[in-house]
Design a protein around this ligand. Sequence first.
Ligand code: HEM
Length: 119
Amino acid sequence: MNDISNKNDIKTLVDRFYEKVNSDELLSPIFNGHAEVDWPEHLPTMYDFWNSLLFGSMEYKGQPFPKHMTLPVTKEHFERWIQLFTATLEENFEGPKADEALSRAMNIARVFMTKMALL
Ligand code: HEM
């Protein structure tokens, strides 16, 4: 198995992760019910986000936290998010960038949960 090494790999990671999210009974209602996410718009934002985090591309210029602040989620939702993200990484990639992606995701999840008083 290879490491995450370019934007095409990021696209694979993001697409496969949100395929899992969309078939998850806990997370899908948040994304597709409550937030009514526009996937053709959201997925390219997430390619830019991860490309910026892992490869310093500077394409993502947003502010992720405000979009999460009012979501009706609990610690359990974040745990499921991390579980699906970990599974997607393990199924597709291996190496330092894959490890970095997981640690960045876990740190951000922890910051979100702290700010949302879920920890
Ligand atoms: C319970 C866990 C989570 C839920 C339910 C969730 C849900 C959402 C939703 C509904 C959006 C808005 C999409 C839209 O614009 O319509 C969003 C955007 C986003 N999420 Fe999450 N999220 C979660 C965790 C995370 C984590 C851990 C990260 C970081 C690794 C993350 C990163 C982002 C980013 C970067 C955006 C795009 C914000 C923008 O438009 O600039 N999310 N998320």
